[in-house]
Every structure is written in structure tokens, then in C-alpha cells.
Design a protein around this ligand. Structure first.
Ligand code: 13P
Ligand code: SF4
Length: 303
């Protein structure tokens, strides 16, 4: 038996003994996705975290995802196998600046992408993910929206609504760097391929894509499409996920630079160690948790 397989067996055994569930985001390394009990996009994982009756959640993803799981399910122990696995975009939103902005726009509704810290969620009216952002903005009451932290997702949502969206200036470094020129070259090289991209990509890339989808929506798309060749404009871990749900198709990563280094920090060894020692544990001070829970719960109700 390979060393990886032995670790996976050990992890699964320990998870059973401790009544732990292992969740992995679609961007995780292939061996992590294959080992996890469930994989999904941010919304799917938040829903699973809120509903299941495990005592421990091991979150193979980045900090805000584990934090959201704790906010929704504080009675569970939430573990993030690598504590430094953060999301640079989430760190681009600053609470003091948000409080000032709210004073400037007192009638605006604050819609916050789940890729944000608990403190920012606590200052928000409602959260969203990339799969429900359009729906949430359309369904909240109010015609002016402060949307944070992702300027590209804000820009994408603006295409579907007459409401005035005031964007924060954050972005995802992995998605922002991809250019329309690169995508044009890919299209020339593979004229028969369909192009799917994540809404964290910049406006010029979104304009050139055939479909703009969250990672969960990409899964549904590849299962249903009759296209054989798909150019994928998002983090490279997605390719493994798509291959596992629709192996009969050809997937081409739009750029080798589509890597989220933080997602890649989680390894099998770290998952095992985390489960054995029950750390690093992710928690949120109760007064912030209660407020952030309001924003997350409103999202789950509206979507
Ligand atoms: P999804 O909600 O589409 O999985 O996106 C999460 C994310 O971090 C994208 O960079
Ligand atoms: Fe954050 Fe971008 Fe990584 Fe997603 S891919 S977790 S937005 S840095």
C-alpha cells in the first residue's frame, strides 16, 4: 500500500472514532479531494457545515471557510489543518474603513462575499457567495449596495441589476492576474472549446468567456454540456474535481498561473496531525460570531 493510501486510511479511521467530518473545497489538491467526506464550493460547504451532526469539522480550505463553519456551528470543534492558509482577498477589507463607508452611505445595504473575515461579516447585512451573489443583490431590500471585498464579483453582479453597486477595491490575486490577451490566445489554439471562468476574473476576461460560474456551477455545467473540450478559467484544483464528475471530457487549464498558494498548504500529513491533536482550532469571539451569524443566516434564507 502506498504511503498516501496508508495516511488516508488512518485519517478515515480516526475521523470515524472521533465523529469528525472532513470537508474540502474544490480547489484542494487531488489527494485531499479524494480523501474528504464531502467536497464543494463555498455555499455547499457552508450548508453542510450548518446541517451535519459531527462533533468535529476538519476544513480543508482557507481560513474564512473554517471560520464560517464555526460561526454556523459553534458547538462543533472546527479545525483548519494549516493555520496560515488565509485568503488575501478576505484580508483586503478593513473594518474601520467599512464603518466609515457605512456612514457615508447610511441607506446602503452591505452585501459581503463569504471570502471575508468574521469581523467584516459582523458589520454586514447579508453575505453571498459566487453562486448566489446576483440572487442576493436582487432579493435584498434597497437600491444601493455596498459590495465587498471583491471588485470583480461586484462588477459581474452589476450586469444583472439596476441597483447601484458601490464596490470595495479587493480582488483575488490568482484570478485578477489572468488577462484577456491570454484567453484570446487560448481560444485561437482551441477554437472548438467552450470557455468557463469564475466571476473573480476581471471584466475583460468575463466579457470573452462563454460561461461565468462558481466552482459548484462549473460542476453542474460539465455534467450537462455536450461540449467535449472545456477551457477552465479558475484555480487549478478545479480540473481534478471536473475530471472526477465528468471524466469523458477534456479540460484545459486557462493558465498555469491559476494557483491559490493558500489552498495548496493543506496536505494529507497535516490533516492527520490536525485530527490527532485536534488543532489548530478556529474560533470567533461570541459577540462577533452572533453578528456574523446574522449575515450568513440571511444569505442561506435568501438563496
Ligand atoms: P466558490 O464559492 O466558487 O467555490 O469560490 C470560492 C473561492 O475562493 C474562489 O476563489
Ligand atoms: Fe482567496 Fe483567491 Fe484563494 Fe479563492 S482563490 S481562496 S479568493 S486567494
Amino acid at each position: 500500500m502506498s504511503e498516501d493510501l496508508q495516511i488516508v486510511e488512518h485519517i478515515r479511521e480516526l475521523a470515524k472514532q472521533k465523529n469528525a467530518i472532513i470537508l474540502a473545497h474544490n480547489y484542494q489538491n487531488s489527494e485531499i479531494q479524494d480523501m474528504a467526506h464531502d467536497t464543494g464550493d463555498s455555499l455547499e460547504l457552508a450548508r453542510i457545515a450548518a446541517k451535519n451532526d459531527a462533533d468535529i469539522i476538519v476544513f480543508c480550505g482557507v481560513h474564512f471557510m473554517a471560520e464560517s463553519a464555526y460561526i454556523l456551528s459553534p458547538q462543533k470543534k472546527v479545525l483548519l489543518p494549516e493555520k496560515s492558509a488565509g485568503c488575501p482577498m478576505a484580508d483586503m477589507a478593513d473594518v474601520d474603513a467599512l464603518v466609515e463607508m457605512k456612514k457615508e452611505y447610511p441607506d446602503a445595504v452591505v452585501v459581503t462575499y463569504i471570502n471575508s473575515t468574521a469581523a467584516i461579516k459582523a458589520e454586514s447585512d447579508v453575505c453571498c457567495t459566487s453562486s448566489n451573489a446576483v440572487k442576493i443583490v436582487q432579493r435584498v431590500e434597497g437600491d444601493t449596495i455596498l459590495f465587498l471585498p471583491d471588485k470583480n464579483l461586484a462588477d459581474y453582479v452589476q450586469r444583472f441589476t439596476d441597483k447601484k453597486i458601490i464596490p470595495w477595491k479587493g480582488f483575488c490575486p490568482a484570478h485578477e492576474q489572468y488577462s484577456a490577451e491570454e484567453l484570446k490566445k487560448m481560444r485561437e489554439k482551441h477554437p472548438d472549446a467552450v470557455v468557463i471562468v469564475h466571476p473573480e476574473c476581471n471584466r475583460e476576461v468575463v466579457d470573452l468567456a462563454d460561461e461565468v460560474l462558481s466552482t459548484g456551477q462549473m460542476v453542474t455545467f460539465v455534467k450537462e454540456t455536450d461540449k467535449r473540450k472545456i477551457i477552465v478559467g479558475t484555480e487549478k484544483g478545479m480540473i481534478h474535481k471536473l475530471q472526477s464528475v465528468a471524466p469523458d471530457k477534456e479540460y484545459i487549464l486557462a493558465s498555469k498561473a491559476f494557483v491559490c498558494p493558500n489552498m495548496k498548504k493543506i496536505t494529507l500529513e497535516k490533516v492527520l496531525k490536525s485530527l490527532e491533536n485536534e488543532e489548530p482550532e478556529i474560533r470567533v469571539p461570541e459577540e462577533i460570531r452572533i453578528k456574523a451569524l446574522g449575515s450568513l443566516t440571511r444569505m442561506l434564507e435568501l438563496s
